[in-house]
Ligand binder design. Structure first.
Ligand SMILES: Cc1cc2nc3c(=O)[nH]c(=O)nc-3n(C[C@H](O)[C@H](O)[C@H](O)COP(=O)(O)OP(=O)(O)OC[C@H]3O[C@@H](n4cnc5c(N)ncnc54)[C@H](O)[C@@H]3O)c2cc1C
Length: 393
């Protein structure tokens, strides 16, 4: 069988590209070796946001794009994406001063086109005692604004269901084994149900996230790869009722931004940034990361003061794919890059990096970029008009 696109990876990018491609009328096969959203797409901070903190590193275009996508997802996926109240407490010792937070929030509101969901306010002192037991000692100001939250795995599942409803095929558990690019198509081998299968693809899409370069190693001859760093981010879940809002705090240890937020009725805290070397399948929270997050939570919420890593309900780690560079992971660009095996008539396209929030626009750009390498097809739908629903399974 010859497909227009064979996509490796059933994370948010694999699902998003499958949906955009199927909507554009292409034939699509997705190969996922374990389960939908098995990789990073179930281990994110679960925010559908512009990323207020990316303003600090000047990533204005990314923030604008993500805020536009947030608006759209609130409209087309109301059962999956909701607006939450975020609170930023500023203490005497907080590095980012109130004027800096106000400036950041004003720019965030402007990039969100000053819609009601983009506005911010200062919480009056008289209301501070209602903020989920946050420490009031040396508290100077609290700002509140709105941003989006989701269940990342459920969103990925819904996008994949939408792709399937447009004709995309999904094989799972199916592991990509090899590819040999030819004149017109790639010859692809994958394992499914314990046996090796083959198919052809006009374009092989490598959406394997942290495994992206391991996929390229299985292509003969091995194409050029992008160097990247894997940066692990750990979240912990504390056995305490969910806070009513999302708290955006500054870690006292190193001034990084950390979220304390509701997740499945409990309190989730994240994340860390630890450079990771090794097999992406083996990433796991480190004891020191769990302790760091317990300390951040107890610093700001006296009710967590006795929480230790041994008592956590859960902790999990995901891997960011960031451009290779020295220095702090925090300030590295979060933009997505598309990489091809060759400039003219590419046969293999790899997607590196990216945000859950921007998956749809990223996938649309991806399909537009590679349309010239594919036959003309009759469009079936437009992704900005397709409603997404949680799947029943
Ligand atoms: C800690 C952390 C927090 C984040 N928080 C946010 C956030 O709040 N909001 C936001 O917008 N973004 C966030 N992000 C970014 C976002 O989560 C990722 O960009 C996104 O999930 C990456 O998805 P992906 O599809 O590229 O990769 P993945 O989700 O990792 O998917 C890759 C898939 O490929 C499969 N695969 C690998 N090898 C093979 C093979 N040989 N054959 C078949 N399948 C294979 C894997 O099983 C996996 O399912 C966060 C990222 C991290 C790490």
């Amino acid at each position: 069988m010859t497909y227009d696109l064979v996509i490796v990876g059933g994370g948010i990018h694999g699902a998003g590209i499958a949906q955009s491609a199927a909507a554009a009328g292409y034939s699509v096969l997705v190969l996922e070796k374990t389960a939908i959203a098995h990789g990073t797409s179930s281990k994110s901070s679960k925010l559908i946001h512009g990323g207020l903190r990316y303003l600090e590193s000047g990533q204005i275009k990314l923030v604008f794009e993500c805020l536009s996508e947030r608006s759209l997802l609130l409209e087309i996926a109301p059962q999956l994406v909701r607006l939450e109240s975020f609170f930023i407490p500023i203490y005497k010792h907080t590095r980012r001063r109130p004027w800096e937070i106000r400036a950041g929030l004003s720019l965030y509101a402007a990039l969100g086109k000053f819609k009601p969901a983009a506005r911010f306010e200062q919480v009056p002192d008289s209301e501070w005692s209602k903020l989920d037991g946050i420490s009031l000692e040396n508290l100077q100001a609290v700002y509140t604004y709105k941003d989006g939250a989701t269940d990342d795995a459920a969103l990925t599942q819904a996008v994949m269901e939408s792709a399937k409803s447009l004709g995309a095929e999904l094989k799972m558990p199916a592991e990509f084994l090899s590819a040999v690019p030819g004149e017109d198509v790639n010859e692809i081998a994958y394992s499914f149900n314990g046996t090796t299968h083959s198919c052809k693809a006009r374009l092989l899409v490598n959406a394997a996230g942290p495994w992206a370069n391991a996929i390229l190693d299985k292509v003969t001859p091995i194409p050029a790869k992008r160097e990247f760093d894997l940066v692990a981010g750990t979240h912990i879940v504390i056995d305490e009722p969910a806070p009513k809002g999302m708290y955006y705090v500054e870690a006292p240890q190193d001034q990084r931004a950390v979220f304390v937020m509701p997740w499945q009725g409990k309190t989730m805290v994240g994340t860390t940034e630890t450079v990771y070397v090794g097999d992406p399948s083996k990433v796991a929270p480190l004891p020191e990361e769990e302790t760091y997050l317990c300390q951040v939570a107890s610093h700001y919420f006296p009710k967590f003061k006795d929480v230790t890593r041994e008592e956590l309900v859960e902790s999990f780690s995901g891997l960011r794919v960031l451009p290779h560079a020295s220095g702090k992971a925090f300030s590295r660009p979060r933009e997505t890059t598309f990489h091809v095996d060759k400039k003219r008539a590419p046969k293999i396209a790899t997607i590196y990096g990216g945000k859950l929030t921007a998956y749809r626009i990223t996938s649309e750009k991806f399909i537009a970029k590679f349309a010239a390498a594919l036959p003309r097809r009759k469009r079936k739908a437009h992704t900005h008009k397709l409603h997404l629903k949680p799947s029943l399974s």
